[in-house]
Design a protein around this ligand. Structure first.
Ligand code: BEZ
Length: 233
């Protein structure tokens, strides 16, 4: 690891921590699955409450992608328990995933969640970790902006498609301005490969070739995009 906290491509650090589901060891707890670890500034705050509800409502979508969720803030387990009780009693939503209790900021410090904007509260970070415990994505948001959970689903599904078909995904996929829902063949790195690309795929040039993937993979992501656009199911 080249920095004091983990970056994309690093193994998720081994951490033993207290959660609302008891003591767990990460990343071992989610062995064989993808997981999304998301931090929030504090319990009993308005934006965080909306985020917990939004994550809970998409829990089944994450599970379909073999993906688990885990929250984190610099609050105690008692605070987390009381807060999720409040969410159940007042908003009728059960929180179906564990929350790390990190009142001394030990986990937060280890994975880089305490930024200049506030030394005492965790930023809204999202770590997406694959079944080999490799960190594939890190996103940071400020306290004043809630995350878009459907975009996080799009990212997880996109990475899974990239791994499965050995492809890359264009901007705004699957609604890309140039190739629509088609996916990109990683650029050729040899003269021979460059020639083969032009013979084998549809290409604008040897370094920009694309192909179709099965429709059902794309349909799943379009469902998330409809929700981002506010279209009711
Ligand atoms: C919130 O989650 O609502 C929040 C947290 C910290 C600062 C501002 C808003």
């Amino acid at each position: 690891m080249g920095s004091t906290f983990p970056l994309i491509g690093d193994k998720f650090p081994e951490i033993e921590t207290v959660t609302t589901y008891g003591k767990i060891k990460l990343p071992e707890y989610f062995k064989g699955k993808w997981f999304v670890l998301f931090s929030h500034p504090a319990d009993f705050t308005p934006v965080c409450t909306t985020e917990f509800v939004a994550f809970a409502k998409r829990y089944e979508d994450f599970k379909k992608l073999n993906t688990e969720l885990i929250g984190l803030s610099v609050d105690s387990s008692w605070s987390h328990i009381k807060w999720i009780e409040w969410i159940k009693d007042n908003l009728n939503v059960e929180i179906p995933f564990p929350i790390i209790a990190d009142p001394r900021g030990l986990v937060a410090e280890k994975i880089g969640l305490l930024h200049t904007a506030s030394a005492t509260h965790t930023v809204r970070a999202v770590f997406i970790v694959d079944p080999n415990s490799v960190i594939r994505v890190i996103l940071y948001y400020p306290a004043e902006l809630g995350r878009n959970m459907d975009e996080i689903l799009r990212i997880v599904k996109g990475l899974q498609i990239s791994d499965k078909y050995k492809v890359a995904l264009p901007a705004n996929w699957p609604n890309n301005e140039i190739i629509g829902e088609r996916v990109i063949i990683p650029p050729a790195t040899t003269v021979q490969q460059a020639k083969e690309r032009l013979e084998k795929y549809e290409c604008f040039d040897w370094w920009l070739c694309h192909k179709e993937i099965p429709k059902e993979e794309v349909e799943e992501v379009k469902k998330y995009l409809k929700r981002i656009a506010g279209v009711k199911e």
